[in-house]
Design a protein around this ligand. Structure first.
Ligand code: AMP
Length: 292
């Protein structure tokens, strides 16, 4: 595995691959876990060269969010990346990604109405920061494919639209959520959970499963599905503060009253001081709902 810290280093390392090898990019913020590993594994299977980026992007954090205390362990990340089969590890610093500094970035990539709901409602510039940094990474690496997790569903949908709407020659690949045995979606932030919080956190997935059961039993009223999820979370994780539970359309991420076409059931909640998100997708085939 080779390391690059600047765009120039990266270009030099990618030069030999550019003409005849397929490149897969896995963007992350580090503190790697098995969810990231699954993305790297998919990138390795589908491409000849795998680039993993680790960059804690300041522009996707709000002023009162956890940028300063976001978990980091670069030494461990380097080891995991190498073991996972990464060919090029891109470790830019803030200057490499924002030459004039993050606050002096003039041109932004704006996801428009796709960031109105769900996490975008409480994190105003978050998806603008994500779309902008991913645009930079796509331009620097010029991969055939880029890999993102379903766990961050709104991000995945926005980036899928980004490459379509801005004509990037990159395919966005969305990888299913990797979970702990008890259902909790893996996240770098899980490390912040105190033992009592960790034991309540799987209630989020149990809530989604209750929603799935309701859909499978024919429930189509979004409010009732949301209420079913909420009551399960309240019962199984009484200290959890739900931020939102929403059924939204899968293409436009707009809230829907009735579930009769492809949709996302998404939630965000605070478990102690830690904000966690999770989701399920409902797809309709021949009028039959499949949840996953
Ligand atoms: P992060 O480092 O948290 O920004 O995540 C980097 C990438 O890994 C994003 O595309 C995430 O959606 C993805 N990811 C994070 N957690 C998981 C998970 N539990 N399962 C699958 N992908 C994940």
């Amino acid at each position: 595995m080779r390391e690059a810290r600047t765009e120039e280093d990266l270009r030099l390392l990618l030069e030999p691959a550019k003409s005849d090898k397929s490149i897969g990019l896995v963007p992350t913020m580090g503190f790697l876990h098995d969810g990231h590993r699954r993305l790297i594994a998919s990138a390795s299977t589908e491409n000849q060269v795998v680039v993993l980026s680790i960059f804690l992007n300041p522009t996707q954090f709000g002023p009162n969010e956890d940028l300063d205390r976001y978990p980091r362990d670069l030494e461990r990340d380097v080891r995991l990346a190498s073991e996972a089969g990464v060919d090029i590890l891109f470790l830019p610093d803030t200057r490499a990604m924002y030459p004039d500094g993050p606050s002096r970035q003039a041109i932004w990539v704006d996801p428009g109405h796709l960031s109105d709901h769900l996490c975008g409602a409480s994190r105003p510039n978050h998806f603008r920061g994500v779309a902008t940094v991913v645009t930079k990474l796509l331009n620097m690496v010029q991969p055939q494919r880029a890999y993102f997790g379903q766990k961050d569903a709104q991000q995945a949908l926005i980036l899928t639209r980004l490459v379509r709407d801005l004509a990037f020659p990159t395919e966005i690949r969305i990888i299913p959520t990797v979970r702990e045995a008890d259902g909790l979606a893996l996240s770098s932030r899980n490390v912040f959970l105190e033992p009592a919080e960790r034991s309540q956190a799987p209630a989020l997935y149990r809530g989604l499963l209750a929603g799935e059961a309701a859909v499978s039993n024919g429930e189509r009223d979004s409010r009732k599905i949301e209420a079913r999820i909420r009551s399960t979370i309240q019962r199984e994780g009484p200290d959890i503060q739900v931020e939102y539970i929403r059924v939204v359309s899968l293409d436009g991420l707009e809230p829907v009253d009735r579930l009769d076409s492809n949709a996302l059931i998404a939630l965000a909640a605070r478990v102690g001081a830690t904000r966690l998100i999770d989701n399920l997708i409902v797809r309709f085939e021949d009028g039959v709902a499949h949840v996953g």
